[in-house]
Design a protein around this ligand. Structure first.
Ligand SMILES: [Zn+2]
Length: 292
């Protein structure tokens, strides 16, 4: 573990976006009493050391969902909060080779040099952290500011978003972005229909008297420290409705992860504007239980 050279940006007072070498964005919130780390990245380099350079407050580690590019650094912490609905659906710890090949795929995509070494800085977890439950409505009081978490199943069954009351920002993990991935089908252990995902997004959209802007956990469609375009979430909600109604504008897109094991070369997607996309599984559009 030799590097702490991850770029970071204090984009609002005591609120940091840590850019894990374009793999993912990790956020750190510091209050008067405590701090909170949102996600741990793919686990490239010394995320714990960087956090403890940025704050001397005691802190909690909260995971938006169980994908490896968000939980990959969790093994350097004693305990993490995560929605139980994601537990058991994704490898924990994630496979080392998956973490390394994901970082290498990002590096190839960005054509950049990064100040880390794949073998030395992406390594096995020293321990497996205890998972503490994270539920809808859970509040973390950091002293003078709070983060409140809400379920938003779609990208994963246990995907969580958070509202930062100090900055009036919604942190939406992978629940909303320009390249929104809802690709499960009935029979998959992690199945969430596109219909249900859209309704869950709409619930969060309807809370916007409490936030002005949103930030997702990848910065490839926004600036580091800058918000996601305000059209992305309403467009995604409308795309989900159009898919259910059979009226969506559908295209085949190149799969940006196509070089990862088990990935197909293209993905089926719906879009209103040709800028933001909902990637879906044609077999997984409708809810099995329409009452849900
Ligand atoms: Zn994800």
């Amino acid at each position: 573990m030799r590097t702490k050279k991850m770029p970071w940006f204090e984009f609002a007072p005591n609120t940091y976006e840590i850019d894990e070498f374009d793999c993912v964005s990790v956020f750190l919130f510091v209050g008067t009493e405590r701090a909170l780390l949102l996600d741990t990245g793919t686990g490239v380099g010394d995320i714990r050391g960087l956090v403890e350079d940025l704050t001397d407050k005691p802190y909690d580690v909260v995971l938006t969902h169980a994908h490896m590019d968000h939980v990959g650094g969790a093994g350097w912490f004693d305990e993490v909060y995560m929605n139980q609905k994601d537990c058991g659906l994704y490898p924990f710890p994630p496979a080392l080779e998956q973490r390394r090949s994901y970082a290498q795929m990002i590096s190839r995509r960005e054509h950049k040099y990064y100040a880390y070494h794949v073998e030395e800085d992406i390594c096995e977890w020293p321990k497996t952290p205890v998972i503490k439950p994270l539920t809808d409505g859970q509040v973390f009081d950091l002293g003078g500011r709070t983060l409140t978490f809400y379920e938003c199943a779609g990208h994963t069954p246990g995907e969580m978003v958070a509202i930062d009351d100090q900055n009036r920002i919604l942190f939406c993990g992978d629940a909303c972005n320009n390249h929104l991935i809802f690709r499960t089908a009935p029979g998959d252990a992690n199945f969430v229909s596109t219909e249900e995902a859209g309704k869950n997004l709409e619930r969060i959209w309807n809370m916007r008297d409490r936030y002005d802007v949103m930030m997702n956990s990848h910065h490839d469609y926004r600036a580091v420290g800058g918000p996601l375009s305000p059209t992305v979430m309403p467009n995604a909600i409308q795309c989900c409705k159009d898919l259910v109604a059979g009226t969506a504008n559908i295209m085949e897109l190149e799969n940006p992860m196509k070089k990862m094991p088990g990935q197909e070369p293209t993905m089926t997607a719906a879009s209103l504007d040709g800028i933001s996309w909902v990637l879906f599984n044609p077999d997984g559009i409708r809810s099995l239980n329409p009452e849900k």
